[in-house]
Design a protein around this ligand. Structure first.
Ligand code: ZN
Length: 134
């Protein structure tokens, strides 16, 4: 893995939290993107070289809706950038990690993504993301 690509934070209301994080970070979000397949609406902030992703549920079946019900708002996942997501998934499977989607899917921000089950990673939901080159 190369570096932390972003930190994902589950929020109840994207508009309210955009304002909050704008005050916190001193910058406005640079994009809002809906990922239909995941039932989320996301916004992205840059803080120096780092990125923060806010995630709001768009329906009750969304993983974010379930997370908010169970744990409330807060840090939801840590995403790591990888060069080759398929070989990284293979490597992590061999190391005993449970991958939630073994076939990478299209996430927000032009990325192919896969998630590692938090039960196999000390309670941390880990996202792998590879830039989609177009
Ligand atoms: Zn993410």
């Amino acid at each position: 893995m190369k570096k932390i690509e972003h930190i994902g934070i589950a929020v109840k209301n994207l508009e309210t939290s955009n304002q909050l994080f704008e005050k916190l970070l001193g910058v406005a979000h640079y994009k809002i993107e809906e990922v239909l397949s995941e039932g989320v609406r996301t916004s992205f902030f840059k803080s120096g070289p780092n990125k923060i992703e806010l995630l709001e549920a768009t329906n009750e079946e969304s993983p974010i809706a379930k997370y908010l019900k169970k744990k409330g708002e807060g840090v939801h996942h840590i995403a790591f950038a990888v060069d080759d997501i398929v070989s990284e998934i293979e490597r992590l499977k061999k190391e005993g990690f449970v991958i939630l989607n073994e076939t990478p899917k299209k996430g927000a921000d032009h990325k192919l993504v896969a998630f590692i089950h938090p039960k196999t990673a000390n309670g941390v939901l880990v996202e792998l993301c590879q830039e989609i080159k177009e």
